[in-house]
Design a binder for this molecule. Structure first.
Ligand code: NAD
Ligand code: WQD
Length: 337
């Protein structure tokens, strides 16, 4: 059974990926400092998979800890989720973001090269495209200047990976550019845990539905889109998790010193209003919402061209927007119990 180190494996996307890895016969080894997650996720993972996963509490930039893990487990790959991801906070505390997001990647790459661990899947983001000139965006669409220090860390990490692979270190790398992950595990045992006031749309919507917040403000309805609200490509987190399994399977067959980038989205764009109306419909409730001003820095519309991941990895999303919004709501309800 191949052992895969999952940095940030107690977090939102990492925990769902741990489940899909177990389902596909991999053995995930989790390292997480719990800076944005809870230790009980490991219990939840056991409830879902029937397996107690190896868990190391600590910083994935801690080389001593990484060496200890490598001494205890023969690792064949790494999926690097660990990062800070709050766009607004990154503009106030840019160095916190550069240290953690870029610094951790540097430590991991040294570690992998030294230990002969070949396979790396890196969490990148559609944020690297900014407002693209043409839609949908393909992996060849030029990246734009980042709108935030957070976004810049993803661009820099992609560049580091490309340069490192070009130096022939003997590793093979995939960057997955996630579009907008939403939803939760259908068991409602794991999901997203936003700290404080959510800045992302769907956690805000579920908190309003749960009565924790009064109303959703739609950030602008005068954009050049079908109903005037912004368009995004919302992808169910379990589908996204599955893309990591497919990425690892693909890497195994690749020559070393290769680097590939894949978009992970559904290929469809939905407006903010469509998300709200679909949420109301699938969950049979009314949501209190209002139209507010535009949010500075928002791109107007973006969705993925997914032909590359469909053809090369054989990956296709299985969940619909309806599924995602039902699972998000079930997760929110389970949290409030
Ligand atoms: P998350 O915050 O839920 O998970 C990240 C996990 O990493 C958390 O459990 C946190 O405690 C941990 N962590 C952070 N720094 C660490 C460190 N130095 N050492 C060990 N653990 C550390 O976030 P997520 O939504 O699951 O995102 C995972 C990755 O995907 C991140 O790299 C993020 O930038 C990227 N991404 C997320 C989205 C999104 O909308 N959620 C979109 C695109 C890309
Ligand atoms: C979605 C849409 C908002 C909240 C962010 C990061 C990006 C990536 C994904 C990591 C937008 C609108 C939102 C609200 C609203 N993360 N909205 N009212 O902005 O696409 O991307 O998460 O890499 O880097 O920037 O996601 O969920 O914040 O917004 O109207 O209260 O919902 O304007 O159109 P976004 P989001």
């Amino acid at each position: 059974m191949k052992k895969i180190l999952i940095t940030g494996g107690a977090g939102y996307i990492g925990s769902h990926t741990a489940v899909e890895l177990v389902n596909s016969g991999f053995e995930p080894i989790i390292i997480d400092d719990l800076s944005n997650s809870n230790a009980d996720v490991i219990d939840r993972l056991e409830e879902i998979t029937g397996k107690r996963l190896a868990f190391y509490l600590g910083d994935c930039s801690d080389r001593g800890l990484l060496d200890k893990i490598a001494a205890e487990h023969e690792l064949s790959g790494v999926i690097h989720f660990a990062a800070f991801k709050a766009v607004g906070e990154s503009t106030k505390l840019p160095l916190k973001y550069y240290h953690n997001n870029v610094g951790s990647l540097l430590v991991l790459l040294d570690f992998m090269k030294d230990k002969g661990i070949k396979d790396l899947v890196f969490s990148s983001s559609c944020t690297v495209y900014g407002q693209a000139d043409e839609l949908p965006v393909t992996e060849e669409t030029p990246r734009k200047d980042a709108e935030s220090p957070y976004g810049n860390t993803k661009k820099i990490c992609e560049d580091i990976l490309k340069d490192f692979v070009a130096s022939k270190p003997g590793i093979r790398v995939i960057s997955l550019r996630y579009f907008n992950p939403i939803g939760a595990h259908p068991s409602a045992k794991i999901g997203e845990l936003p700290s404080g006031i959510p800045s992302n749309l769907v956690p805000f919507v579920t908190q309003v539905a749960a009565g924790i917040r009064e109303r959703v403000t739609i950030f602008g309805d005068d954009y050049d889109t079908v109903d005037g609200t912004c368009v995004r490509d919302y992808i169910h987190v379990v589908d996204l998790a599955d893309a990591h399994v497919k990425a690892l399977a693909f890497l195994e067959k690749q020559p070393v010193d290769s680097y590939e980038v894949f978009n992970v989205g559904t290929g469809n764009g939905n407006t903010v209003l469509e998300v709200i109306q679909t949420f109301e419909k699938v969950n049979g409730l009314k949501l209190n919402y209002q139209i507010g001003p535009r949010r500075p820095g928002d791109v107007v519309k973006i969705w993925a061209d997914t032909q590359k991941i469909n053809k090369v990895l054989g990956w296709y999303p299985k969940f619909t927007l309806e599924d995602s919004l039902r699972d998000s709501w079930n997760w929110e309800k389970s949290l409030r119990k």
